[in-house]
Write a protein that binds this ligand. Structure first.
Ligand code: GUN
Length: 284
């Protein structure tokens, strides 16, 4: 039997309606949730992502600003812009789209964002809070993956979870969230020997490698939940994930499609973090 589809668009729609309703309450108290999105350079994928983030804000009634800078922007100018946004009471969340051009040190930029406005959850203070089990802002993509599991009432406690990919943005925070929920967690990376040995053991398999279709059906345990974080463009222009959907769907119990799985959830959780930042600012 083919796997059940984990539709991120449907779940996002439900969650965004709740976010809009909570946003209206905080707005009525004089604090309209506000997000500033900064992008440097003309990376086409980044341009699409930031436009989608700003549009999502508009759709739920949030204030948003998109600041698009040329690739020539210096690090000092970017840091100065962040300092201004840190002090701006109409802005509750600041997001700097990654990757940044090579002449700008991403760590210095991420550390310059006030932790209480770091709705990406990338600041070292927020990463540390997550590690000790008291997350403030959870990174949006792993947070969205957890919501997908919550939506199907998946029993995470005691489950074997395998994450393929160990990035700071997805793999590592995903591992911490699953660990906190009681899973037994393995993180695989590009040097892992016999990857299939690990992936076949997973009740929950999260794949975030950026390598198109690298996880095939024969690498998946029958009935597993497969969450595909990858978005890759194929030579024919179509999008595909890091999981080979056509073979995986016959083995998995549940699977996220690409597009329409994790992607919309990442933006939804960004809205949630921005809302929570505004609620804290309003002392709700
Ligand atoms: N680049 C790829 N994913 C992300 C994300 O979640 N946040 C930011 N700021 N940049 C990204």
């Amino acid at each position: 039997m083919p796997a059940q589809l984990l539709d991120g668009n449907i779940l996002s729609k439900k969650l965004r309606a709740k976010i809009a309703a909570r946003g209206a309450i905080v707005t009525a108290k004089g604090v309209r949730p506000g997000l500033a999105v900064i992008v440097v350079g003309d990376n086409p994928a980044s341009q699409i992502y930031v436009r989608n983030k700003v549009k999502a804000c508009e759709d739920v009634g949030f204030h948003s600003v998109l600041e698009s800078f040329s690739v020539e922007l210096g690090e000092a100018e970017l840091l100065a812009r962040i300092a201004t946004l840190n002090a701006d009471p109409s802005i509750h969340g600041i997001l700097v789209q990654l990757p940044l051009p090579e002449h700008i040190a991403s760590e210095r930029v991420l550390e310059a964002i006030a932790p209480q406005k770091d709705v990406d959850g990338f600041h070292i203070a927020n990463a540390g809070a997550l590690m000790v089990g008291h997350p403030q802002f959870k990174p949006c993509t792993p947070y969205g993956c957890m919501k997908i599991l919550e939506n199907i009432d998946y029993p995470i406690r005691g489950a074997r979870a395998v994450i393929v990919g160990a990035s700071n943005i997805v793999g590592k925070p995903m591992a911490l969230l699953l660990l906190q929920a009681g899973a037994t967690v393995t993180i695989c990376n590009s040097k892992t020997r016999d990857l299939a040995h690990h992936t076949k053991d997973a009740d929950i398999l999260v794949v975030a490698t950026g390598k198109a279709k690298m996880i095939t059906g024969d690498m998946i345990k029958t009935g597993a939940v497969v969450i595909d974080v990858g978005i890759n463009r194929m030579p024919d222009g179509k999008l595909c994930g890091d999981v080979d959907f056509d073979t995986a769907k016959y083995i998995a119990g549940w699977i996220t499609p690409v597009p329409g799985g994790v992607g919309p959830m990442t933006i939804t959780m960004l809205l949630m973090n921005t809302l929570e930042a505004a609620e804290k600012a309003a002392k709700l």
